[in-house]
Design a protein around this ligand. Sequence first.
Ligand code: SF4
Length: 297
Amino acid sequence: MIFDIYDYPLYRPPSEANSLIIQVTLGCSHNKCTFCNMYNEKKFKIKSIEQIKKEIDFFRHQRQFVRRIFLADGDALIIKTSTLLEIANYLNEKFPENERISIYASPKSLILKTPEELKKLKEIGIKLIYIGLESGDNEILTKVNKGNTAEEFMIGIKKAKEAGFQTSVTIIAGLAGKDKIASKNHALKTAYVIQETSPTYLGILCLSLLPNTILGKQAERKEFIEANGLEIIEEIKVIIENLSINIDSPIIIRANHISNYLNLQGTLPQDKNLILNEINHALNNGNPIKRASHNSL
Ligand code: SF4
């Protein structure tokens, strides 16, 4: 029974919807971001290699064909390299048809690994790394207790790219709140980090205030004032306007998460005007409504 294997709640990026999820860690090694409640109930733990192999065996019996595998929960890259190599090796042995292994990572887990270790992990089949940047503005990163600076994110993302990984970076529009100056700083500094690191994918989420989070409580006490849909779309416009991306290292943009007020998809630099036109259309005509409230992928 799948329900006996997974420890819920279980999160994965939208693009991993059809992937086999192997839960190699439980919870998040940081677990302190003020806007996040994903792993409130879980104490971070790395599963034993014996347990992970048992679960892989279980899924091999269950699934006839697996094209993609995602290693959950949060920051699974924090696992020591020799163990990750053993996991990937076992997955390759049991799922020879699999084309890609992907994983969540943090700047810390990327910085702790040597370039040689990262290259080995890439070579064994881990191809895509998901990183939650949220903002390129250190003031906001400190306020939301992200645990890393924009500079550390840049070092981590660049290191992942140099090792040959595809990178998928997520940002949260609206994280600066309603204040116009803070919103502009968030947009400009986030655009700067994205431009400097040029990830393969950029995922744009919109902030959802969740009642059982520190940020949600700050909002209840009026210490954080939420931006409205139009203000958030305006912020996304500033981010896109300020991204000058080289044609040789394009960025695939996706703002199609349930938290988004406006669905956007395209590739920079070629679709920049198209995306900006859609944003302008929404700003001129819209009364944007989001589909659901959630900050996690
Ligand atoms: S946002 Fe990511 S790093 Fe922060 S607590 Fe949630 S899962 Fe952990």
